[in-house]
Design a protein around this ligand. Structure first.
Ligand code: BTN
Length: 247
């Protein structure tokens, strides 16, 4: 894929900007990067804290010829790409919390949000916006109260411009190599290896109600295989449930 970069000091959200560009015909490979976001958001409409200069907020326009049900492959490939890039550049070990958050030392350092539109005629995806938000360093005023216990950063106090640039470039090249042959899922073994909740007790939240399960596996459709307290085996879809791991 050929990448083209647009950098901004501040945007409401790089995903919103990239979505508008895609609706107006932007090509695959357009990468929108902002130094801060006033309305960064994540899954389930949650706010994504995006203060200036301490994070990497980027959105990539993709035009994959895949079925909507395969869109999950984009987020999971991105999780592997980002996690491997973080490990290489920071020298730390990052892990994936199903389905697509990246953690270091038990703290969330990155969230990934993929938003797609379907082409009615073909039934395939028209475009897909891959949004990646990474806390590079701790925000100057600390993390906000509501996330201070769960959020962390990749580098802690300091991150050079060089490290930021290397991270962007490695994330994109790692992702590109998975994306070329996305439906072969050849990144699945790495995904599973980095999934730290396998074997752990978690709370599965469906319709707002938490239930304790033990995670047995992540299958190669990226569904979570768990056992509930009655011993029933469950196959869970990321679209239906969310998960709290440190119970
Ligand atoms: C999540 O944690 O649920 C996903 C967070 C995704 C945040 C990134 S930051 C860049 C892009 N722009 C947004 O508004 N969201 C994504």
């Amino acid at each position: 894929m050929e990448f083209k970069f647009n950098f901004f000091q501040e945007l409401d959200s790089t995903n919103i900007y990239a979505k508008n560009m895609a609706k107006n015909g932007a090509c695959e490979g357009l990468c929108i990067i902002a130094d801060s976001q006033t309305n960064g958001y994540g899954r389930m409409g949650r706010n994504f804290h995006s203060p200036e200069s301490t994070g990497l907020y980027m959105s990539l326009v993709l035009r994959p010829k895949i079925k909507p049900q395969d869109a999950l492959l984009i987020t999971t490939a991105a999780a592997v790409a980002v996690s491997n890039a973080i490990d290489k550049i920071s020298g730390k070990a990052s892990f994936i919390k199903w389905v697509n958050d990246i953690f270091i030392d038990g703290k969330k350092v990155c969230g990934i949000l993929c938003e797609s539109a379907i082409d009615i005629q073909s039934g395939l995806l028209d475009y897909c916006i891959l949004g990646i938000g990474i806390n590079l360093t701790d925000p100057k005023n600390g993390f906000p109260e509501d996330i201070k216990d769960i959020a962390g950063s990749v580098f802690g106090n300091e991150c050079t411009n060089n490290a930021k640039e290397e991270l962007i470039s490695l994330i994109l090249s790692n992702f590109d190599s998975c994306y070329r042959d996305l439906t072969s899922k050849n990144f699945y073994p790495s995904y599973k290896q980095k999934c730290f909740i396998i074997g752990k007790k978690v709370a599965i939240i469906k319709n707002g109600i938490p239930e304790e399960h033990t995670v047995c596996d992540v299958n190669n459709d990226f569904k979570l295989i768990t056992k509930n307290q009655n011993g029933d085996i469950c196959t869970l879809d990321s679209g239906e449930v969310s998960l709290k791991w440190n119970i």
